[in-house]
Design a protein. Structure first.
Length: 256
């Protein structure tokens, strides 16, 4: 019995260590084609008070697969930026069937409505979901390895080991993706990993800049991009701020 007890303790500790390793280094983390945004969007629509802002999709559909496909919405907190990502993910993601919800919304009357609904592999990364006990290397490795594992699970016939760079792995799928980045500037605003901010900008640039596998990249932040990046790392983005936005201003904040 004593030996059995020791054996069970070893198994328990091993499982805990395995769980920690998976959490810190990307195992079990889902960024590609998840159900989370859709489930959150369903709850929003079910609220007693729901403001239909689905017409933002008309603006986004116009820039799909164009050189204008990178946009950043910069607003303070509590302006509904994260909630909007639920709507966008639910519309584009091929992992869900959301037509029955969107059929009842304003955008269903738009000409481009049926063109892209549930048509894309969709990557959603909320950069604010961070364990503050992680080093920067652990933080970014969790994201990178999570994406790699998601690609391997989705595209089982591709040998991703042949491709070293994360961008090359995405390119190897020969498919198009919609990327959604929520609170991209979290580590800047929270003053986390100050010595690695340039590394983080390099990570974003290498993943998205001039990459043909991206059909749309929708990004949200708190402060203007130039506050954190004075170089070319994020110059592909057209930024819409609280004080300078004649396109998306009606979809955020206290609007009906």
């Amino acid at each position: 019995m004593k030996n059995l007890s020791i054996f069970l303790k070893i198994i328990f500790v091993a499982n805990n260590i395995s769980g920690i390793v998976k959490y810190k280094y990307g195992g079990g983390v889902m960024y590609l084609n998840t159900q989370d945004g859709y489930e959150n969007f369903k709850m929003l629509v079910a609220n007693k008070i729901f403001v239909d802002k689905s017409m933002i999709l008309e603006e986004l559909n116009e820039i799909i697969d164009t050189t204008d496909r990178f946009i950043c919405i910069t607003r303070p907190r509590r302006f509904g930026k994260s909630q909007m990502t639920f709507l966008i993910e639910s519309y584009y993601s091929q992992a869900v069937e959301s037509k029955h919800i969107f059929d009842a919304l304003k955008f269903s009357k738009a000409k481009t409505y049926p063109k892209y609904i549930n048509k894309f592999n969709t990557v959603k990364i909320d950069f604010s979901l961070n364990d503050t006990n992680l080093t920067y290397e652990q933080y970014i490795s969790r994201i990178e390895n999570g994406l790699i594992n998601n690609l391997k699970d989705k595209f089982v016939n591709i040998d991703f080991e042949k491709h070293e760079m994360l961008a090359d792995k995405f390119n190897a799928t020969k498919e198009k993706f919609v990327f959604i980045f929520d609170e991209w500037d979290y580590i800047f605003n929270k003053r986390i990993y100050p010595d690695n901010h340039d590394n983080f900008l390099d990570f974003l640039r290498n993943l998205i800049k001039d990459k043909s596998y991206i059909s749309l990249c929708y990004m949200t932040g708190i402060l203007p991009i130039k506050k954190h990046s004075s170089g070319s790392a994020l110059n592909v983005f057209e930024e819409y701020t609280l004080l300078d936005d004649g396109v998306f201003e009606n979809y955020f904040g206290f609007t009906m």
